[in-house]
Design a protein. Structure first.
Length: 188
């Protein structure tokens, strides 16, 4: 008669381990005739947290889109208006100098600069320069940079100033926005 196999407490339930792979403690099959225990219930806490995060992200995206649609065109208009205004003021100043309209050129100066130099002083400055290079013939803008810092809007306009005798030079003009108007904050 055959001898029964030795008692193996890890093999309760009658399922023998696979050869070369012993059963692990605490991981045994249920006894024969009994159903396995139901898996532990999973809470919905993680689902609620994940859903809440997704909802917040969705609201942020929708809010950013709404702000972009409403304010985007306005910001583009304001920036374009600032760039165009700074360019126009610079060109207007040089046109007035070209035309020897010294009071008109003086009107393009900022309050602080305008209080320190008179139209007559502008005339003297430019007519002295004209003796060597000729009269201003044109100014063409090559670059405009507008920035705002602490409520003060400034611009730097760079361009080429051409003279009647054929020479030219690069000019950098600093401007400041006073109210709705752009004004030169230094003499170029």
């Amino acid at each position: 008669m055959a001898t029964p196999p030795p008692y193996n407490p890890q093999n309760v339930g009658g399922t023998p381990p696979q050869p070369g792979y012993p059963t692990q403690p605490g991981h045994t099959a249920p006894p024969l005739g009994y159903a396995p225990p139901p898996p532990p219930k999973r809470g919905k806490r993680g689902l609620w947290i994940g859903g809440g995060i997704a909802a917040v992200l969705l609201l942020c995206c929708v809010g950013a889109t709404i702000v972009g649609v409403i304010l985007g065109p306005r910001l583009v208009r304001v920036t374009a208006g600032n760039i165009g205004g700074a360019r126009n003021a610079t060109e207007g100043y040089y046109d007035a100098v070209r035309d020897h309209d010294w009071a008109g050129a003086h009107d393009y100066l900022s309050r602080s600069l305008g209080s320190s130099i008179s139209p007559t002083a502008l005339q003297t400055l430019w007519t002295t320069k004209e003796t060597t290079v000729g009269r201003v013939s044109s100014f063409s803008v090559t670059n405009t940079n507008v920035s705002s810092n602490n409520g003060r809007t400034t611009a730097i306009v760079t361009g080429t100033l051409r003279y009647a005798r054929g020479s030219s030079e690069t000019k950098t003009v600093n401007l400041v926005k006073e109210g709705d108007d752009w004004r030169l904050s230094n003499l170029p």
